[in-house]
Design a protein around this ligand. Structure first.
Ligand SMILES: Nc1ncnc2c1ncn2[C@@H]1O[C@H](COP(=O)(O)OP(=O)(O)OP(=O)(O)O)[C@@H](O)[C@H]1O
Ligand SMILES: [Mg+2]
Length: 718
């Protein structure tokens, strides 16, 4: 047996490779490029592991890329646990870095975008890479697809790097294989059999033609299905298309699931941790916590990642019985259940309600059936009426997933990636552009590189006009072009930042609006009819500060309101409006607010970096302060205090109002006062951070001050 196979089996404790793995092993272990297309939970990770271990044994490095941070960190943790003899790293953060430290590691787990940015920085350690794994490569047909395509094309052109691409079941996997000059491994094999069906009137019509009665007591199909599952001592995943629906379904299921809870104390512990995930819990946190106490949770991008992890863990341990999630969960972490219920297959898109792709449905359905626990899994779609049953059955249950298509041909993608290409080479000739684009998936699928090259020509002209590249016989990136590519922002965004830097306006509104008015902060929060009047009123009030020409023929009312709303959200955030009030007033959830904040901070940083390049010191300084304010959600006066560990926007404000306005004040502060403001534990920790010793008598006073504080609080609550 090959030593790599032997190692993999031993470390996992598996008795043998499964069919997908043995089919791929031979290719992988001889260093060939491989595309694996097989169902959910068929064991593709092990295929990648074999390739990684082979490279490591040859003294090379391995890079493993995933669509989501959560997924990257799950694979990272698992690899590190299984193979502690190798140096394993997780690189998902800062886009403006070559991660030079990674040279000391053997395996690097990243997201697609992070790997792309590492390639743009031209990290020297890349030449030691022997294998690159791309997980969930079917994502090539998504908004992020062009990034995957460019990464893989770059490695393809390097030649000496083995490529292992893992895909869900797709009919045109052979095209991916053709592109990557790879061996194709296709398999329908699943470790746990899957039965798919459609549920209506407490009857499930299964794909094998059988019909099953649902035994739940309720007349409501959803509720009855939940009862039936929990009666059998099994767990259930429900998929809804929107975050709102996930929450409302979870709320609706609370009383039902609650009847089946066995260990309340375990749930209470999880529930408390969920509440403590934020410095001060929001109403969404409280809602989630109380659902969890009853054994059901919702799970979507609106939760902060710590809360998502808590929900996933508790579900894996069997404490939470039902999770109601949006489809991101299906594309993400490994969270199987005996049953999956797909609550709806319609999603609101650009053209009203649209049916989701079969591929997406199959991803969700594939979560049913836990290896080692169940001998089969069941996935059902909920039909709203009799007429839907046949339709859903034929289209989804019996349906084939769609082909995947390259999305590299769009102008946005070409602009973004063409600049990056020119920025990472000393110069780029027409030949090189031709060679690059002839090696893309796009070229394989459309067979016609000329159209793309024509579009690239247009893009290059635009880049030249706006100072990102110089063109004579070759295309050469300017310093602005190079910096833009490294900062990982769209050239359009960089152009609008350069305009701002040349004519800066130092008000918060003008600055924040400039950040918001970019592709990076999309999709914008939606604006309801009811909100419109107030948003317009505020726009009128701030009219002179908003960098928009309201009379321009290009002015778009609706888009403006979306941007304006996001500007106001960020404005409230940097002015310390209580998080829960922001969320309520603007109807956004904590996870979404976090995502906006993270991206806005990144853009503020990028704007600052471009000002540095253009030697506009004042703008640079202002952008630097704004980036920090966005990071912490505070006014400028708190920036000193929030540097302290354990001090966020809420505590910093309390300290400031109590007269402790900076680190210097903190050093000289009365410990008893501090204890009163933030509690004795935190107070002690803060004093430690500024290097202050506490005497025995001070300690005594701190304790009684905190007690005093406690009694006054108790008096209030009683
Ligand atoms: N040879 C094997 N014997 C027993 N169990 C295995 C074997 N290979 C993998 N498994 C188990 O199967 C489960 C699913 O594997 P994995 O996560 O790699 O699936 P996947 O194909 O990547 O699915 P997805 O498309 O959902 O990402 C894991 O729990 C893994 O431990
Ligand atoms: Mg996988």
């Amino acid at each position: 047996m090959d030593p790599v196979v032997d190692l993999v089996l031993r470390r996992h404790g598996f008795t043998s490779l499964n069919p997908v793995q043995s089919a791929a092993a031979e290719y992988v272990l001889s260093g060939k490029n491989v595309v694996v297309s097989s169902p959910t939970a068929s064991g593709k990770t092990v295929v990648a592991e074999m390739a990684v271990l082979r490279a490591l044994k040859q003294g090379k490095k391995a890079v493993y890329t995933c669509p989501l941070r959560a997924l990257a960190s799950e694979h990272y943790a698992e690899f590190k646990r299984l193979y502690p003899e190798y140096r394993t790293a997780l690189s998902v953060g800062d886009f403006d870095s070559a991660d030079a430290w990674a040279k000391d590691y053997d395996v690097i787990f990243t997201t697609y975008e992070k790997l792309d940015s590492i390639l743009r920085h031209g990290a020297p350690w890349l030449s030691d890479v022997g294998v690159v794994v791309v997980d969930e490569v079917h994502e090539i047909d998504s908004e992020r697809g062009p990034t995957i395509e460019v990464i893989l094309t770059r490695f393809l052109l390097r030649g000496s790097v083995q490529i292992v691409a893992l895909s869900a079941t797709i009919p045109n996997a052979h095209e991916l294989a053709q592109w990557l000059r790879a061996e194709l491994v296709v398999s329908e094999w699943r470790p746990v059999k899957l039965r798919e069906g459609v549920l209506h009137r407490k009857t499930v019509l299964f794909s094998d033609g059988s019909v099953a009665e649902i035994k739940g007591s309720s007349d409501d199909d959803l509720v009855a299905f939940v009862e039936d599952t929990l009666e059998r001592n099994k767990q259930l995943l429900v998929f809804t298309m929107t975050r709102k629906n996930a929450e409302s379904v979870a709320r609706r299921l609370r009383p039902v699931v609650s009847r089946y809870v066995r260990s309340r104390s375990a749930l209470r512990r999880v529930s408390e941790k969920i509440l403590r995930a934020l410095e001060s819990p929001t109403s969404q946190c409280r809602e989630l916590a109380s659902c969890v106490a009853d054994g059901v949770a919702f799970h979507h991008a609106g939760l902060v990642s710590r809360q998502r992890e808590l929900v996933e863990d508790a579900f894996r341990k069997g404490e939470i019985l039902v999770v109601v999630a949006t489809p991101t969960l299906a594309a993400g972490v490994n969270l199987p259940a005996f049953r999956v219920l797909v609550h709806s297959v319609k999603r609101y898109g650009g053209y009203g309600y649209e049916a989701i792709p079969v591929r997406e449905y199959k991803q969700m359905a594939g979560r049913a059936g836990r290896p080692r626990y169940d001998d089969h899994g069941e996935a059902v779609i909920l039909a709203r009426d009799e007429g839907q049953v046949q339709e859903l059955f034929e289209h989804y249950v019996m349906g084939e997933p769609e082909n995947v298509y390259s999305r590299l041909g769009t102008e946005t993608a070409l602009r973004f990636h063409t600049l990056a290409l020119t920025a990472t080479a000393p110069s780029v000739s027409q030949d090189l552009l031709q060679r690059f684009f002839s090696n893309t998936f796009y070229a394989v699928q459309y067979g016609d590189v000329d159209t793309v090259l024509q579009r690239v020509e247009g893009v290059v002209a635009w880049l030249e006009e706006n100072g990102f590249v110089k063109v004579d016989s070759k295309v050469v990136a300017t310093d602005l072009g190079k910096r833009t590519a490294q900062l990982y922002i769209d050239p359009f965004t960089a152009k609008s930042f350069v305009d701002y830097i040349k004519k800066p306006r130092f008000g918060e509104i003008a600055f924040l609006y400039t950040l918001v008015d970019t592709v990076e902060l999309r999709p914008y929060p939606s604006v309801s009819r009811g909100e419109e009047p107030q948003l317009w009123q505020l726009a009128e009030e701030f009219r002179d500060e908003i960098p928009v020409d309201f009379h321009s023929w290009e002015f778009d009312d609706y888009l403006f309101l979306n941007k304006w709303k996001l500007t106001l959200i960020l404005h409230a955030w940097v002015n310390e409006v209580h998080e829960d009030d922001i969320l309520k007033q603007y109807d956004v959830s904590p996870g979404i607010l976090r995502a906006y904040v993270t991206n806005a901070e990144w853009l503020a940083y990028a704007l600052g970096e471009l000002s540095k390049l253009l030697e506009e010191k004042r703008v640079w300084r202002y952008a630097d302060i704004m980036a920090k304010r966005i990071h912490f959600g505070v006014k400028e006066e708190l920036l000193d205090l929030v540097q302290l560990k354990g001090v966020g926007r809420v505590r910093a404000r309390k300290l400031y109002n109590a007269g402790v306005r900076n680190l210097h004040d903190l050093k000289g502060a009365d410990p008893a006062l501090l204890a009163e403001v933030v509690g004795p534990k935190v107070a002690k920790e803060l004093l430690r951070q500024v290097g202050r010793r506490i005497t025995g008598s001070e300690e005594e006073r701190m304790r009684s001050a905190a007690l005093r504080d406690q009694t006054t609080l108790d008096m209030f609550t009683e």
